[in-house]
Design a protein around this ligand. Structure first.
Ligand code: ADP
Ligand code: MG
Length: 237
């Protein structure tokens, strides 16, 4: 695989990025605001085009566009800071829409799977409500269920708890921790250091568009090697 580079005009937002996430691995991405974490996530399913390099999902190159891209994109589930649910669909409809439209599942199958997923994230009893009727934590759990409904091979989380009231953070992190334990391949941008220590196999630290450190959590937190990581940890811990 070739390293990924990307610019926004004059800004070199991703510099020579080499990142290989093994199946079943949980990688937490840390780094200061503006370091390129969201852009990294968005390039992985080509919500953002790249200038050069290659991106593979499960051994297959992601094409730049076209029908094949839509298929491979379905392999990459994404959960954003803002829950991005369809406001005019019920929670169950939010979870079944993708499987019916993209995976061509029957409505009955999609509903059966969807309900099981809502059960798993603890909100099956909310299935007939609309997103605005749910708490932030419940909406984010619905967003996770919706992403899982596509049976992705990897899940990307971009600061999934940053927009939540503090008392709702743990209900979302608990769902993510369970997913991690079940062997889901995950790339998680978060400032939740407890989650990083508990669930991550690796911590990737980004600064100014570069991966500056890539280490096991215990190594990264106890013995960061770069000044940039030391400075970052000094500010947040
Ligand atoms: P992070 O998620 O680590 O805070 P981002 O990936 O959102 O960082 O942004 C990295 C840099 O790229 C920032 O300087 C940001 O202002 C810039 N940037 C992000 N998106 C765009 C865009 N669509 N056009 C121009 N610049 C952008
Ligand atoms: Mg971001």
């Amino acid at each position: 695989m070739a390293a990924v580079d990307k610019h926004f005009g004059d800004l070199h937002v991703l510099r020579d990025i080499n990142l290989d996430v093994e199946s079943g691995q949980v990688v937490v991405v840390l780094g200061p605001s503006g370091s390129g974490k969201s852009t990294l996530c968005r390039t992985i399913n080509r919500l953002e085009p790249i200038d050069s390099g290659t991106i593979q999902v499960d051994g297959t190159d992601l094409p730049a566009e076209g029908k094949a891209l839509a298929g491979l994109r379905a392999d990459v589930g994404m959960v954003f800071q803002s829950f991005n649910l369809f406001a005019h669909k019920t929670i169950l409809e939010n979870v079944t829409l993708g499987p019916i439209k993209v995976r061509k599942d029957s409505k009955a199958d999609a509903e059966k799977n969807g309900l099981a997923l809502l059960e798993r994230v603890g909100i099956a009893n909310q299935k007939d409500k609309y997103p605005a009727q749910l708490s932030g934590g419940q909406q984010q759990r619905a967003a996770i269920a919706r992403a899982l409904a596509m049976k992705p091979k990897v899940m990307l989380f971009d600061e999934p708890t940053s927009a939540l009231d503090p008392e709702m953070v743990n209900e979302v992190l608990d769902v993510m921790t369970t997913l991690a334990k079940e062997g889901m391949t995950m790339l998680v941008v978060t400032h939740e250091m407890g989650f990083a220590r508990r669930a991550a196999h690796r911590v990737v630290f980004m600064s100014d568009g570069e991966i500056v450190e890539d280490a096991k959590p215990e190594e990264f937190f106890s013995n960061p090697t770069s000044d940039r990581a030391k400075d970052f940890l000094g500010k947040i811990l």
